[in-house]
Design a protein around this ligand. Structure first.
Ligand code: APR
Length: 279
């Protein structure tokens, strides 16, 4: 658990809060770090999933396209990889933490217009955020790779996705009832293109942003990591909230060093004070 008496850099929080208050259109780019206090390990760094397993090869998506049935059989076999199963179980029992709720507060206060999250854990929506683009998908959802229609895992039109014991059935592997293309989990795999609609949303939001707060991400995966740089190049303010340095730290206008379950609530409190004084 985090150390509650972490020494926050008050002047950095004040500067970040003032930037949000002054910014007509602020977005956030969020990574796995925000969910650490919800008990979900990150991917890189100490205890990270890829630190333990190594980063997946880029041909997972190709394998799916070649043989959706065997991909689904492995996906449904929880024992296929114990570390991944542990990761899935951590996500299943996770609840939002103070960092997620701070972003809900900023959205309600009109100080955060949109979030682009790389997380698939659904915790932004569980916390109550409304304006969110999940650039790497959402693990509670399914998606057609053809028309990008999405369904909740428990609400697929032809029912629960279970392999038939007598070989391929008309419901397995799942195919899109609208366009007939294969259906997979919504989570974007390594080597899989980001769905067109999702990418368009990210570019639209980035084009409107006058400030971006980059939260709990190693900023190493593209295209997500390009948005903060594009926004700053267009004259926007780049704020980074992370206990550690990242490739963006050197160009960040403001750095909130620390666990985001501490720094983001402090940011909300300071924005509230600025708003009260401006009335
Ligand atoms: N609060 C905020 N940030 C934290 C905390 C914390 N308590 N603890 C760690 N972090 C930071 C780390 O310093 C690191 O910068 O969270 C970041 C986690 O980095 P990654 O594990 O690389 O996660 P992320 O940046 O979200 O990965 C991007 O890579 O594998 C893909 O699809 C996966 O969406 C993921 C993408």
């Amino acid at each position: 658990m985090i150390n509650d008496n972490f020494n926050i850099d008050e002047s950095a929080v004040q500067a970040a809060a003032q930037s949000l208050f002054n910014s007509p259109y602020t977005i956030a780019l969020v990574g796995a770090g925000i969910s650490v206090e919800s008990g979900i390990p990150t991917f890189r760094g100490p205890g990270g999933l890829w630190t333990k397993l190594g980063e997946p090869s880029g041909n997972g998506y190709e394998d799916f396209l070649k043989n959706p049935e065997s991909w689904w059989l492995q996906n449904l076999d929880q024992q296929a990889d114990p570390e991944r199963t542990k990761f899935r179980e951590a996500i299943d029992k996770a609840t939002p933490n103070k960092g997620h709720y701070a972003l809900v507060d900023l959205e309600k206060m009109g100080e955060l217009q949109h979030q682009i999250t790389q997380n698939v854990d659904d915790l932004h929506f569980k916390a109550g955020s409304k304006s969110v683009t999940e650039i790497h998908g959402n693990r509670t959802m399914l998606r057609c790779i053809g028309c990008e229609t999405r369904w909740h895992r428990s609400g697929f039109p032809t029912g629960e996705i279970v392999p038939s014991i007598t070989g391929p059935s008309n419901n397995f592997p799942p195919m899109c009832p609208d366009c007939g293309s294969p259906v997979k989990s919504d989570t974007v795999m390594f080597g899989e293109p980001i769905p067109r609609g999702t990418l368009d949303s990210c570019f639209l939001q980035s084009s409107k942003a006058t400030c971006i707060i980059v939260i709990g991400t190693s900023a190493t995966v593209y295209p997500a990591a390009s948005f903060p740089q594009d926004i700053q190049a267009a004259g926007g303010i780049l704020i980074e909230a992370n206990p550690n340095e990242t490739p963006l730290t050197g160009i960040a206008d403001i750095t909130l060093r620390g666990p985001t379950a501490i720094t983001l609530p402090a940011l909300v409190e300071t924005v509230n004070l600025i708003k009260a004084e401006s009335r």
